[in-house]
Ligand binder design. Structure first.
Ligand SMILES: [Zn+2]
Length: 526
């Protein structure tokens, strides 16, 4: 099949490849790009030759397979970028190394200056680069600056740690982390822009074309706007603005009403997705229906009072906002469904995907049915199981770990899913695809093989799935004339390769918006 526009045109790029998978069911052999868009495709390698002219870059890549660039439905690009500006404790392999890095940074800092560490670490295994985003440790000076003393009560959904004698031990859990961090000076906006430039290029180098940014504040939105205007983003960004649970309901409504925009504002490079709420913790702190396997007195915590959150969400969706809410444990998912159903009940029918459940690591069949019935979107991140499977086995037990993110069961119910990472550093999407297709993990073996899906389905959730979630299925997510030219080339065909060969597969080049964002071998050079 050859599809050409009515008017003659000259392509900027004519790419002939071994296979070009549209991800909507077609396979082509050549694709033509002009400006930021895909303008023509052909089932034959020479089918678009008439559209080439003197200014056309012809790329003969018969050994490569083209896919739509990956669209990550849940990743923290800003946090990953900021981490590159902070003390890189995520690189420490021991407590001694970790504290040595902090001490060295404190020595170099001006007296009274804050020392902030990267959040891409986890205390239980420093070498493995897990995230500590729901926990923090603050010095006495930092706690004092934030007005937190030994007698300060725990905020709802948060915990201020104490030593046996009653004095503060410096540990913070839940929303109170942000309350203290708010007193630290932010990175200068110019630094954030440079961090975004570097980090977004690293994601593009792994085949990513779009990131739904899972949590920023309004200052960080300004940094994104600067980066986009200065053409420093190598990936498209769809940000979610944080509505923190440290706020009262009235404060949260005031924040939302003061934003002065709504979901969808922006352009093809930077478009606001919506608002972000956090209902519970993660592997430690997720709200569970049954107690923790390693702590029978504990079943996690909820950050929001459901009635308060319902009131805030009704205000938000009435003003045109989409909402994504972090809910890791099955109790958090159930309570979030209560909230979302109440919101829909009060506001009336909402467009599908207005309300989204982020993660739903644990869920039961009834909850999955309610989510599908309500038209609520769900983002799934196999690589959380990949990365933290061992911790899940310890904290949740082996049976619950095998049931994490049962993508097959969600799909069987007709759920609207989008795949992503939530790993807070550049991560190879093909490792995630391999994981979805095998249920393999980094250090916990295969977990719940019965929930494996096909490579083709995994790729679809990671391209069209996210495009649908973002309300851009007509503009992104497949290799189709009229859509944006976001394509990634691989030296093997993922649809025919052995899934076990995919985990380490990396791109030969990545094009976003018709621009070569990653091209180490100069294949796209004129
Ligand atoms: Zn997240």
């Amino acid at each position: 099949m050859t599809r050409q526009p009515a008017e003659p045109l000259q392509l900027d790029y004519l790419i002939r490849a071994g296979a070009i998978h549209s991800m909507t069911g077609e396979t082509y052999r050549s694709v033509g790009l002009r400006g930021p868009e895909i303008v023509a495709v052909s089932a034959t390698p020479d089918g678009l030759d008439d559209l080439a002219g003197g200014g056309t870059v012809a790329v003969d890549a018969g050994d490569l397979t083209l896919l739509p660039s990956f669209a990550d439905s849940h990743e923290h690009l800003m946090e990953a970028s900021r981490n590159t500006l902070l003390v890189p404790v995520d690189r420490a392999t021991s407590v001694a190394e970790f504290t040595g890095m902090v001490a060295a940074a404190a020595r170099d800092a001006a007296p009274g200056a804050w020392v902030l560490t990267s959040m891409a670490w986890h205390e239980s295994n420093l070498a493995e680069n897990r995230r500590g985003g729901h926990f923090a440790i603050a010095s006495t000076a930092a706690l004092t600056a934030a007005g937190i003393g030994p007698g300060t009560p725990d905020p709802p959904g948060g915990k201020i740690g104490h030593l046996p004698g009653g004095s503060l031990d410096g540990t913070l859990e839940g929303g109170v982390v942000y309350r203290v961090a708010a007193f630290a000076p932010g990175s200068a906006r110019g630094q954030l822009v440079e961090g975004l430039a570097r980090s977004s290029a690293a994601y593009a180098a792994l085949g990513v074309g779009t990131i739904r940014e899972a949590m920023i504040n309004t200052d960080e939105l300004l940094a994104y706007q600067d980066a986009a205007e200065q053409h420093k983003l190598s990936v498209r960004v769809r940000p979610m603005i944080r509505v923190g649970n440290e706020l009262t309901g009235d404060q949260a409504i005031a924040l939302i009403d003061g934003l002065g925009a709504r979901s969808g504002f922006g352009d093809d490079w930077l478009r606001i997705w919506g608002l972000k709420f956090v209902m519970d913790g993660g592997v430690e702190g997720g709200a569970l229906e049954q107690p923790y396997a390693n702590d029978p007195a504990n079943s996690g915590h909820l950050n929001w009072d459901p009635a308060v959150m319902t009131r805030v969400c009704v205000d938000a969706v009435s003003r045109g906002w989409r909402i994504g809410t972090h809910a890791a444990g099955d109790r958090a998912v159930r309570v979030l469904l209560d909230v979302y159903e109440a919101v829909a009940g009060q506001v009336g029918p909402l467009p599908p995907g207005t309300l989204v459940i982020e993660h739903a690591l644990l869920s039961d069949p009834a909850q999955r049915g309610r989510a599908v019935e309500g038209g609520f979107g769900v983002t799934v991140q196999h690589c959380l199981l990949w990365n933290m499977g061992s911790e899940m086995v310890t904290t949740w037990g082996p049976e619950r770990t095998r049931q994490v993110n049962p993508v097959d069961e969600w799909l069987a119910l007709g759920a609207s899913l989008a795949a992503g990472t939530d790993i807070v550093r550049p991560f190879n999407p093909m490792t995630n695809v391999w994981g979805m297709a095998t249920r393999g993990t980094k250090a916990a073996g295969v977990q719940g093989q019965e929930h494996a899906i096909s490579v083709a389905t995994a790729l679809e959730l990671y391209t069209m799935g996210t495009a649908r979630l973002n309300g851009e299925a007509d503009r992104l997510g497949s290799i189709t004339p009229g859509k944006l030219a976001d394509l990634t080339a691989y030296p093997a065909d993922p649809l025919t390769a052995d899934p076990d060969d995919l985990a380490g597969l990396t791109p030969a080049f990545t094009i976003v918006g018709g621009q070569a964002m990653y091209d180490p071998d100069g294949l796209l050079a004129s």
